[in-house]
Design a protein around this ligand. Structure first.
Ligand code: CDP
Length: 796
């Protein structure tokens, strides 16, 4: 029998193939939205509000209109004549496209100018005279619900206060009973600060309405082109088949490029009005102050504990500050996303969560920055709470976690908040991590260092998270059910093209989707081209965010490959002149069961599909598969950081980081490692340096790269990665679980826990992120918790 082709050699599952897309990126040949220039193209700039809360008393754009080269000035009133001054958000709220009545956050879009070039447009924006009447400003939930607080959303009928929702989940009575039986109750309160995904490429769009064909083409930086097409069709009341969204190369998304932003809408309207292409490219400050903030949540929790360490119950309360518009791009029916995935990895009999969302005079927040809809906040709180509880019990951090983990033999496991976990080896992951970091020995080193006046600390973060929204039963965006599809065409020479509705932004889909086809069909990966991002050619999909590509679109790629294989089997039977039942499959080849030497390759079958098909068979070899996942996938990870804190300055250095990730079967181990390193880098940045907040007037502090720091290779610590724990996902066609965001979700708690561990014995339970030296120093010197909640003081 012919030997099965070596899968790794052809670039199939498990091959660390170099990313094919990198070839054009490292040569500077990427094709980003800003690289595109269309004939007759005009340029749009946005005038933003300097104030966080103010009534607009007048807008005088006459001087802007007079500037040579200006073609159009758009204001809220003009948008209103077309019913476009407001737009619906993905969370069933409304958001101002251009302000009419009031401005509600600093940086809000007030007017747009379309001109021959961006410089003229910018100058003309400055020539627009806007009169504001300042109003009191709200920058946190306490202010939002205080007596007499101004109502931010007075545009909404029946909105008498600043509360957006209250929501609860879990078993309140059962949790109360657990607390009655507790020997120890542990408490923790913290603020997960606003953070910003801050992709290197800002948002932008080029709208091109062609009056002759009535076709609207929009090139834009979106992670979800099909959803944008649906939104444009619904909001602008344009026929969906006449809208083409093209998402070219994207310079990082991280959730920032999921929502619909006013700039997109204005460029589309301007192109329709002017019948010329209109380009809008946001500047960095615009991106940092007005688009997709994440987190900003106050978490308060209690844990009921037996004195031997068993967790009996958990209570969580949260106040989420959504900013001026509730525009979270989250597809769950749960108001606070998947925050109730907290504590899923632990076997806890009872839990209850109560959440409240409020408006504030800040840019809309709640974007899932490298995160599945609040799982970052959930896992951070979980692992900070686990540390506090272990400390309260006087128990070892690792032993406390190990004792409470869901055990391998207990899957499938239903969490007290209702999720179903299918698989995992949590203890093994932890043990590999502890071994790698030298945990036993560390405690000795820590004690010796402490005696010498040095503060060493170790932080453990073990987490699982729900990745791959959705399944259509539970997840939808504006009623559109969450599933994905893939289309595969195998040409007659055996080369293939696969298209999905996902959109890579650096994750490497062009490499890994080809590997899945290769695994399923034995076609070398280099013979498979991957295309995404054009709604006229790609099949429907809900986009790429929340590490959902592999769990959903990747699964669709496997399923469509299997459909192709099923047809190829019929072709093989025809070519081999045997019945289909007598045909066996090995990678890349069908053969006759009773005569294994007689076989045909997948490429020969492809040629037959166009040249020698059996009577009655539809010619060609192409198909589409829609994939509706039965459940989310649940990867698991153990991140451990070791740090040293300088007691004199509060500066802390990372001595080592160990990461053990179990994301099931790895399609491309090298890409997976890249994803983990990127996630850990962002986790470190959030914990250590990224500071973007608001003062009492609602001014955004940190809206530039001098304050909101992106870690470079210089600051970023080294990471030791482990891949030996592999628990395939039982319901995914190739056993893969998502990985893209795990380290960004689980990583921050490892760093913060390590610093708090270094301060053990001081009574300090919490320092809010970022753990800037002055905050750590304040905690050390005053032996107290340090909050980073806004408003910040700006007078010192
Ligand atoms: O949705 P997104 O692409 O951001 O996240 P993902 O599905 O976790 O995948 C990130 C990258 O890692 C993709 O190129 C995947 O194909 C790859 N991956 C992998 O090789 N093996 C896995 N088990 C999971 C992801």
């Amino acid at each position: 029998m012919t030997q099965a082709l070596d899968e790794i050699k052809i670039g199939g599952l498990g091959a660390s193939r170099k990313r094919v897309e990198d070839d054009r990126f490292i040569r500077g040949k990427g094709n980003y939205t800003d690289d595109i220039a269309l004939p007759g193209m005009l340029h749009m700039e946005i005038l933003r509000s300097p104030l966080a809360h103010a009534r607009i008393t007048s807008i005088d754009a006459s001087k802007a209109w007079e500037i040579p080269g200006v073609h159009l000035v758009l204001t809220g009133d003009m948008m209103a004549t077309r019913n476009l001054a407001w737009m619906p958000t993905l969370s069933y709220d409304t958001q101002a496209v251009l302000a009419t009545d009031k401005v509600r956050f600093q940086g809000q879009e007030v007017a747009c100018v379309i001109a021959d070039d961006p410089y003229i447009a910018k100058d003309a924006c400055e020539a627009i005279d806007v009169e504001y009447e300042p109003l009191p400003v709200i920058v946190n939930p306490t202010q939002a619900v205080a007596d007499g607080a101004p109502v931010i959303r007075d545009d909404k009928e029946n909105q008498a206060d600043n509360v957006i929702y209250t929501w609860e989940v879990g078993d309140a009575a059962g949790t109360d009973r657990a607390f009655e039986q507790a020997d120890v109750v542990s408490r923790l309160r913290l603020h997960y600060p606003r953070s910003h995904p801050s992709p290197i490429e800002c948002c932008g769009s080029i709208a091109d309405f062609n009056r002759a064909t009535s076709k609207l083409t929009v090139y834009m930086t979106t992670q979800a082109p099909h959803i944008i097409r649906a939104a444009v069709a619904m909001v602008a009341e344009l026929p969906e088949h006449m809208i083409r969204i093209i998402s070219p190369d994207i310079g990082g998304g991280f959730g920032n490029k999921v929502p619909v932003y006013p700039g997109y809408v204005c460029s589309i309207l301007a192109s329709i009005l002017l019948e010329r292409p209109v380009k809008w490219i946001e500047d960095k400050t615009g991106n940092l102050i007005s688009t997709g903030f994440a987190r900003d949540i106050y978490l308060d929790g209690e844990m009921a504990l037996r004195k031997d360490g068993k967790i009996l119950g958990v209570r969580m309360r949260c106040d989420a500050d959504h900013g001026a518009f509730f525009s979270d791009a989250q597809p769950s029916k749960f108001k606070i996303g998947l925050l109730h995935s907290a504590f899923s990895a632990y076997d806890i009999p009872a839990a209850h969560l109560r959440a409240r969302g409020t408006y504030s005079n800040k840019a809309p927040g709640g974007v899932a920055y490298r995160c599945s809809f609040r799982v970052t906040e959930a896992m951070f709180f979980q692992e900070r709470m686990m540390q506090a509880a272990a400390d309260d019990l006087g128990m070892d951090q690792a032993a406390f976690r190990r004792m409470n983990f869901v055990r391998d033999e207990d899957f499938p496991h239903r969490t007290p908040f209702g999720f179903l976990l299918d698989s995992g080896q949590y203890r093994k992951c932890l043990d590999v991590g502890l071994q790698a970091v030298g945990y036993e020995d560390f405690r000795k080193r820590q004690a010796e260092a402490r005696a010498a006046g040095r503060l060493l600390g170790i932080g453990i973060s073990t987490m699982t998270e729900p990745l791959g929204a959705g399944n259509s039963r539970e997840y939808d965006i504006l009623g559109i059910k969450m599933f994905d599809s893939a289309e595969l065409k195998v040409h007659m020479t055996g080369k293939a093209i696969v298209r999905t509705g996902a959109r890579t932004q650096g994750q490497g889909h062009e490499t890994t989707w080809a590997q899945i086809v290769s695994h399923e069909l034995g076609i070398p990966a280099e013979d498979v081209v991957v295309e995404e991002g054009d709604t006229d050619t790609a099949p429907f999909g809900m986009g790429t965010y929340a590490s959902r590509s592999t769990p959903v679109a990747g699964a669709a790629v496997a399923m469509v490959s299997r459909k192709i294989r099923a047809k190829a089997r019929k072709l093989a039977a025809h070519l081999l002149e045997v019945s289909e039942e007598d045909v066996e499959w090995e990678l890349g080849r069908f053969y006759v069961r009773s005569a294994p030497d007689r076989g045909v390759t997948i490429q020969e079958c492809a040629m037959a599909a166009y040249s020698n098909m059996p009577d009655g068979m539809e010619p060609g070899l192409q198909n589409t598969a829609f994939y509706d996942p039965p459940n989310l996938t649940w990867p698991f990870a153990c991140y451990i950081a070791v740090v040293e804190v300088d007691p004199a300055t509060g500066v802390w250095d990372v001595l080592s980081v160990v990461a053990v990730d179990d994301c099931g079967v790895r399609i491309n181990p090298m890409i997976v490692e890249g994803q983990i390193m990127g996630g850990l880098t962002e986790a470190y940045a959030m914990a250590n340096m990224q500071f973007i907040t608001f003062d009492a007037e609602g001014n955004c502090v940190g809206s530039n790269y001098m304050d909101y720091l992106l870690p470079t290779a210089w600051e970023t610590p080294g990471f030791e990665l482990h891949s030996e724990v592999v628990t395939p996902c039982p319901h995914h066609p190739i056993g893969a679980k998502g990985i893209g965001e795990c380290a960004a979700v689980g990583g921050p708690a490892a760093f913060v826990n390590a610093v708090i561990d270094a301060l053990s014995g001081t009574g300090v339970r919490n320092i809010d992120m970022p753990l800037l030296p002055d905050r750590v120093w304040e905690a050390i010197t005053h032996r107290r918790d340090v909050s980073g909640a806004p408003p910040v003081r700006t007078d010192d």
